[in-house]
Design a protein around this ligand. Structure first.
Ligand SMILES: Nc1ncnc2c1ncn2[C@@H]1O[C@H](COP(=O)(O)OP(=O)(O)OP(=O)(O)O)[C@@H](O)[C@H]1O
Ligand SMILES: [Mg+2]
Length: 169
């Protein structure tokens, strides 16, 4: 899993800029078309004074995009209620961490997948490889953080990423 990690120096990153403002680095404009086509309501909940993190910008983008793409895939199964995706970014642990939640109201994660969720090549998709979540975990851990998933079958899935904030950030 080291293939994608080039040894670039870490930079100071504002996660707010990923989602908000002119730069919209997360590529929300690309996802936007998909969200519209699939009738998914996106809620962005960003705490105003988010601390900064130090790390690899492209990797953090990849992490968030993978989680959001998985949610979009899962929501395809929803026909009975409004498809919803919430991305919440807040500060946690008394300001020492940033906590990101990516939450969908899709079918949830099956028990069989849940047991091996972050292992490589675990997928239930016809065209999936099963590398998205292992990559998310590697990226998170390289940034000194943790990633966990919670799921209530039939109600949805929630991925929680915690990243340490930059000292003085
Ligand atoms: N939000 C979610 N809701 C339900 N199941 C999920 C969700 N996110 C991940 N999963 C399950 O976890 C599996 C593994 O996800 P992962 O991103 O690693 O691989 P993938 O999406 O199948 O393929 P790819 O390599 O293209 O990302 C998925 O196939 C799916 O079964
Ligand atoms: Mg995936």
């Amino acid at each position: 899993m080291s293939l994608l990690f080039c040894p670039k120096p870490a930079t100071v990153i504002s996660l707010r800029q990923f989602f908000d403002g002119q730069q919209r680095e997360i590529g929300l404009f690309i996802l936007g078309g998909e969200l519209g086509r699939q009738n998914i309501e996106l809620k962005m909940e960003l705490t105003p004074d988010l601390p900064l993190v130090r790390g690899q910008r492209i990797q953090l983008q990849q992490l968030l995009l993978n989680l959001m793409l998985n949610a979009i895939d899962a929501l395809q199964a929803v026909t009975e209620h409004r498809r919803g995706l919430t991305v919440r970014v807040a500060s946690g642990k008394h300001g020492a961490a940033i906590v990101i939640h990516v939450i969908d109201n899709g079918p949830g994660i099956t028990e069989e997948i849940m047991n091996r969720l972050f292992a490589p090549f675990v997928t239930n998709k016809a065209n999936g490889i099963g590398l998205g979540l292992p990559l998310c975990r590697s990226i998170t851990e390289r940034h000194g953080g943790t990633i966990q998933a919670h799921s209530v079958p039939g109600q949805g899935a929630c991925f929680e990423v915690t990243l340490p904030v930059m000292e003085g950030g």
